[in-house]
Design a protein around this ligand. Structure first.
Ligand code: SF4
Length: 294
């Protein structure tokens, strides 16, 4: 079983569209399990149309909860301005759970002992069935943090499913950028595919995520999406890969079919068919991934 994580230096590079395209190809040749680890902006489900089989509340850290309205003395304890005036009841205060940092000071020093610390719900994660195979995915609540921990939970579930089903692949739509969620997305993976875009900033982003993958000693490959929009910059990315001995797996052309496929809830491979230029380009990249993973 191999775990491939698809990432990008920033959002909007076509990472999820390519993940869905690889899902189509991988599910044709064997069993694969999928994970959407872009939990801050999960959208793989828009193409996968999952049928949710299991729901699990995601709880992380603690939040203050008051059993009755608080007074100004209690409000003054909070360094994070999370104890705010209660609407319609002058002189009393309530806890704004979204702003609470869970430090516990109010619970410790509230003169009336009205505050307790309770587990904080941060979102939900799901196990679903899709036409490509099982999908582990999640939704972070608005203003909730700790998405790195949720990413770990989603990946752990995907691994469990893959072992249970003896899958050949775990294909992960990783988080963009270089922050905590992407570190949680890639640590321990067998390989990372960086989806780059043919711009100067795209190459700069590639250098950043590439050094992250190197730091964690994870083999990483590169492809350029919408390569024909700026062929010179795509060539510069390819040259960077050669200089740094990073496998460059191919160029994907710009194609309006990607957007049309998204609107129809399909992968671009399903929408465009096997004979299209874009499917041939993506299939070539997928063959390279399979070859390098042997
Ligand atoms: S736990 Fe800390 S951050 Fe939360 S309301 Fe109390 S004092 Fe403020």
């Amino acid at each position: 079983m191999k775990e491939l994580v698809i990432i990008s230096g920033k959002g909007g590079t076509g990472k999820t569209s390519l993940t869905a395209a690889f899902a189509t190809l991988a599910s044709r040749s064997g069993r694969a399990v999928f994970a959407d680890c872009d939990v801050d902006a999960a959208d793989l489900h828009l193409v996968f149309a999952p049928e949710v089989k299991e729901r699990h509340e995601f709880v992380s850290g603690v939040v203050a909860e008051a059993s009755k309205p608080l007074d100004a003395q209690c409000a003054s304890l909070c360094r994070f301005d999370a104890i705010v005036p209660a609407g319609g009841n002058p002189g009393t205060y309530v806890i704004d759970g979204g702003s609470c940092e869970g430090c516990g000071v109010c619970a410790r020093f509230c003169p009336t002992g009205s505050v307790t610390m309770v587990p904080r719900r941060c979102g939900e994660r799901y196990v679903s069935e899709t036409r490509f195979g099982s999908l582990s995915h999640a939704e972070l609540d608005s203003r909730a943090e700790n998405s790195g921990k949720l990413v770990t939970a989603v990946r752990t579930e995907a691994k469990r499913l893959a072992e249970e089903q003896e899958a050949q692949w775990i294909i992960v739509d990783g988080s963009p950028g270089t922050g905590c969620p992407v570190i949680s997305s890639i640590t321990g993976a067998d390989a990372v595919l960086v989806v780059s875009e043919p711009t100067v900033s795209g190459l700069h982003d590639l250098e950043r995520v590439g050094s992250l993958a190197r730091h964690f000693r994870i083999p990483f490959y590169v492809c350029v999406n919408k390569a024909d929009v700026n062929p010179d910059q795509a060539a510069a990315t390819e040259a960077w890969c050669r200089r740094n001995e990073v496998p460059f797996l191919g160029r994907v052309p710009y194609d309006r079919a990607v957007t049309r496929a998204q609107i129809e809830g399909k992968s671009v491979v399903e929408w465009s068919g096997d004979d299209s230029e874009i499917t041939r380009a993506i299939a070539g990249i997928w063959e390279n991934i399979c070859r390098l993973s042997q």
